[in-house]
Write a protein that binds this ligand. Structure first.
Ligand code: 5AD
Ligand code: SF4
Length: 445
């Protein structure tokens, strides 16, 4: 196809990764990316279903596209991602001007679907299969120096609040050799940082039949193998689940020099009763115990988390328990969410759904507490000299945004080439970023 395409991505890194593949397929087909919707022949909305406002945003966006489509009937509108998988036929019922609905498993069929839409009108593929990992499709990556690598899709857990198992299916791990081959290829093409992606990386490999492994999780082994890839400098991964976390993963992290000192470790709630109702099998003390072990093995590791406020039945006591764990865990950062009932999940039909006011008030208190801790933890870093990877231009002219191995953003005053490593001295701290200056490389005597 000729012309321009525009992709809007909502949601998590899994979706960002899928969008790179959508862009890759469209480019391979002869199209060019554009930022201007008026200029686009194909508009793709890659949707997320995890929280409430995702639905509203999709239908809002589709509303805005309707007059464009009336003016230009050749415009092709595609809805992809988790909401496509969840809402299926409802999307074209509500917005008949959508040309293609492509579910999470059917991504490799996108170009065919567009062609068929051309000839036969609106198309939908939400079949429940994954023939190909999205990583096997061509990619149009945003940056030449870093890449996401999918190691598993889907999730075998059944957290009662979560829609992911419904829209992404059961866990399917990618063969270790395939992951390694992709990372090696990326490193050869100049990528210095990879982020390994899975809903629950600890159970990676459980569904693979590997001789002599008897369904043993293989994540620690995968980390060690990726660590050996030449040319690569940084390895990140997201996310582990505290339930399946194992000491061999801590050892592999500590002993693999390319694995960054950062872990995203979703807490969800600090109250045992709520964790139980969420069907998260760990409890608060066990969670804190894991954190202690991780920090003992990897001193000064950056820790981020996810927390949901206002799960059905959450009492004032329960919420106080969450604040208490947050106080004790001292996260560097937290993604905080107000509970939103997702249709079809167990939690959506629980009694005791809380009112918006109660949830908002608790949410504000949690955010204020975490902001204080984030700022204190950032302040601890002032004076440090650390390696940072330059990611791109900063907000002020001539400035640069870089990232520490511990996943903190550092603003530098100098213009630097994205993808390069420099040493930065930390000179200032805010809750969500650091300020730094470049330490000139020592001149050999
Ligand atoms: N309501 C609010 N937050 C949710 N999350 C997942 N499902 C819901 C929901 N129904 C949050 C969890 C998860 C993150 C990606 O999104 O904290 O870890
Ligand atoms: Fe959802 Fe729980 Fe699976 Fe994460 S582990 S994707 S929260 S069901």
């Amino acid at each position: 196809m000729n012309g321009n395409f525009l992709i809007r991505t909502f949601g998590c890194q899994m979706n960002e990764h899928d969008s790179e593949r959508i862009g890759g397929m469209l480019r391979a087909d002869g199209m060019t990316p554009t930022d201007d919707v008026a200029d686009a022949g194909v508009v793709v909305l890659n949707t997320c279903a995890i929280r409430e406002n995702a639905d509203n945003r999709l239908y809002g966006n589709l509303g805005h596209l309707k007059p464009l489509k009336s003016r230009n009937p050749d415009l092709r509108i595609v809805v992809a991602g988790c909401l496509a998988q969840k809402d299926q036929g409802l999307i074209q019922e509500k917005a008949p001007w959508v040309d293609v609905v492509v579910g999470t498993h059917a991504l490799p069929h996108l170009l065919d679907l567009l062609r068929r839409a051309e000839a036969d009108g609106p198309q939908m593929d939400v079949a429940e299969y994954t023939e190909l990992f999205p990583s096997a499709l061509p990619a149009a990556r945003e940056d030449a120096f870093r890449a996401w690598v999918s190691i598993a899709t889907g999730c075998d857990n059944a957290c009662t609040f979560c829609i992911v198992p419904f829209v992404r299916g059961a866990q399917r791990s990618r063969a270790i050799g395939d992951v390694l081959a992709e990372v090696q290829g990326l490193a050869r093409s100049g990528v210095v940082e990879v982020t390994l992606l899975g809903q629950n990386v600890n159970t990676y490999g459980r569904d693979l039949t590997v001789p002599e492994s008897s369904r043993r999780p293989l994540f620690a082994e995968l980390l060690r193998r990726v660590n050996e890839v030449e040319g690569l400098r940084r390895i990140r991964f997201t996310s582990p689940h505290p339930h399946d976390f194992t000491p061999d993963v801590i050892d592999a992290m500590a002993e693999s020099e390319k694995v960054c000192e950062h872990i995203h470790f979703p807490l969800q709630s600090g109250a045992d009763a709520v964790l139980k109702a969420m069907q998260r099998s760990y409890r608060r003390e066990r969670y804190l115990g894991w954190l202690e072990r991780i920090r003992a093995a990897i001193p000064r590791i950056g820790v981020s988390t996810d927390i949901i406020v206002g799960f059905p039945g959450e009492t004032d006591r329960d919420f106080a328990d969450t604040l208490d764990v947050v106080e004790r865990a001292r996260f560097d950062s937290a993604y905080t969410f107000q509970y939103s009932p997702r249709p079809g999940t167990r939690a959506a039909s629980l009694p005791d759904q809380l009112t918006k006011d109660v949830v908002q008030e608790r949410f504000d208190r949690l955010v204020a507490l975490q902001e204080r801790i984030s700022l204190e933890k950032a302040g601890d870093q002032v004076g440090d000299e650390v390696e940072v990877l330059v990611e791109g231009a900063g907000r002020r002219g001539g400035s640069t945004q870089a990232r520490t191995r511990t996943n903190r953003i550092v603003h530098l005053a100098d213009p630097l080439e994205p993808g390069t490593f420099v040493t930065a001295r930390i000179t200032g701290a805010a809750a969500h970023h650091l300020a730094g200056e470049v330490v000139p490389a020592a001149v050999p005597a």
